[in-house]
Design a protein around this ligand. Structure first.
Ligand code: GLU
Ligand code: MG
Length: 472
């Protein structure tokens, strides 16, 4: 049954009127919350695994929360404090105020994204948002703002009838029969996508494009690139909005990287560039190959050099490695190119005169990643390339999927890790990527992910039963 999202017609449904990105001053924010008739405010943050956490406060308590922060027990949050130092403080970031365009209008809720501090008011080193802030501050110190433009792919599924009452596990049941860029006004998916874009606009995010992706029931939403921190906040918001809107249509959305064997998986390709203090794109050089500057080339070389360790953070689930296989437009081999979609890094073509859009697109991230940690390690790997002035290898424009092992070896092309366990081994050995996470976030991440792998490793799958049970 579809319940409609509520839009504030009186305010024209405009993001600015409903707490758009400009509400940065605490006084102004409090009056805006009043004007928006918000009753509750969710104070959100993200744990190491990329799950949204939070506490809800009545709107009347916001002044206090902004002045003093909100204390919470961090010991029960994945990757946060140890028991004896469990108190943490949430510091709402006033610029992230948004009224949530779903839920009951009579209990209108807003959200604020928070930074996490220790009781002595220092940034908590295990806070993923803080990890990204640290990495971005390094780039800022060198005069560069890090920009990220992620492309989120996801599937919309119907709930199988027997899963509704718990008689069977949930299975991926496609709701449509569309393919890449298919568009039919009767198609439920195009209505869902339009509702997602509308909800995102209310949340202050302009979705630039939304389209059907290659696989049945697969879709993509792209929003405009922006600074890395805002982009990571936006990824969390988009994931929330897509799920909420899908539920309004009696569907569910999944960001699981590879829900269907034999079909394309879902990626979160991320376009990246650096702007200098004058707002000029430092990745652009009209005279460079693919119109890239030396800085961009070093950056790309850094990401190629650290690709195995990066994978653990960018493709962080057991299932992520079912996506990173030949034949489905996801990368497998560590190389770069202009148009080749099988390469790990692509340099998209830009129209003449569009120097601001010169960029490098990293294709291994998937939407199960924690975007704060993901952008932080991507940036750190690129900065390492810049600091060491690494040169990238020759680009590979052929489809690498068809290369045999000998050809790959001759050309010196290595593969991404084949499993989460291999990726975690690479991460353990990579000082640059580890130190970008910091000890606390690294330890928490590695512990949780090793446990995930160990649990998976001992499962007996349907595939094994079908293959071996009778034949052996
Ligand atoms: N779905 C593909 C992936 O897993 C990418 C398709 C595309 O190029 O947009 O990365
Ligand atoms: Mg895509």
């Amino acid at each position: 049954m579809r319940r409609s999202l509520h839009f504030d017609e009186a305010a024209g449904g405009a993001a600015e009127a409903l707490g758009g990105p400009s509400a940065a001053d605490p006084e102004e924010l409090i009056s805006r919350v009043r004007a928006d008739r918000v009753e509750f405010v969710n104070l959100q943050f993200t744990d190491v695994l990329g799950a949204i956490k939070g506490v809800t406060i009545p709107a009347a308590g916001l002044g206090e929360a902004l002045a003093r922060g909100v204390w919470f027990d961090g010991s029960s949050v994945e990757g946060f404090a140890r028991i004896h130092e469990s108190d943490m403080v949430l510091r709402p970031d006033p610029g992230t105020y948004r009224v949530l365009p779903w839920g009951a209008p009579e209990r209108r809720q807003a959200r604020l994204i928070c930074d996490v501090q220790t009781p002595d008011q220092r940034p908590f080193p295990g806070d993923p948002r803080g990890v990204l802030r640290r990495a971005m501050a390094r780039a800022e110190a060198q005069g560069h703002t890090y920009n990220a433009g992620p492309e989120l792919e996801f599937f919309l599924f119907k709930r199988n009838a027997d899963a509704r009452d718990g008689r069977a596990p949930l299975r991926p049941v496609p709701h449509d029969v569309g393919g890449y860029f298919d568009f039919s006004p009767q198609d439920l998916a195009s209505t869902v996508r339009a509702d997602i874009m509308r909800a995102l606009a209310e949340l202050g995010i302009t979705a630039e494009t939304a389209h059907h992706e290659v696989a049945t029931a697969q879709h993509e939403i792209d929003f405009r690139y922006c600074d890395g921190l805002t982009a990571a906040d936006n990824v969390m918001t988009v994931r929330q909005a897509v799920k909420a809107v899908a539920a309004e249509h009696d569907l569910y959305a999944t960001f699981m990287p590879k829900p269907i064997c034999g079909a394309n998986g879902s990626g979160m390709h991320t376009h990246q560039s650096f702007f200098d203090r004058g707002g000029r794109n430092a990745f652009f050089d009209a005279a460079g190959r693919y119109e890239l500057s030396d800085l961009a080339r070093h950056y790309i070389a850094g990401q190629l050099a650290h690709a195995p360790a990066l994978s653990a953070v960018l493709a962080p689930t057991v299932n992520s490695y079912k996506r990173l296989v030949p034949g489905y437009e996801a990368p497998v081999y560590i190389c770069w190119a202009r148009t080749n979609r099988s390469a790990l890094i692509r340099v998209p073509c830009t129209s003449p005169g569009r120097e601001q859009s010169a960029r490098a697109e990293l294709r291994c991230p998937d939407p199960s990643a924690n975007p704060y940690l993901a952008f932080a390690v991507m940036l750190a790997a690129g900065l390492d390339g810049i600091e060491r002035r690494l040169a990238p290898p020759e680009p590979v424009e052929e489809d690498v999927y068809h290369f045999d092992a000998r050809r790959l070896e001759e050309m010196g092309i290595a593969s991404l890790p084949g499993t989460l366990a291999e990726a975690l081994d690479a991460l353990e050995k990579d000082e640059v990527v580890r130190s970008a996470l910091g000890d606390l976030a690294y330890q928490a991440f590695a512990r949780a992910k090793r446990a995930e792998w160990d649990e998976y490793r001992i499962q007996v799958s349907d595939w094994e039963l079908e293959r071996y049970l009778e034949t052996l």
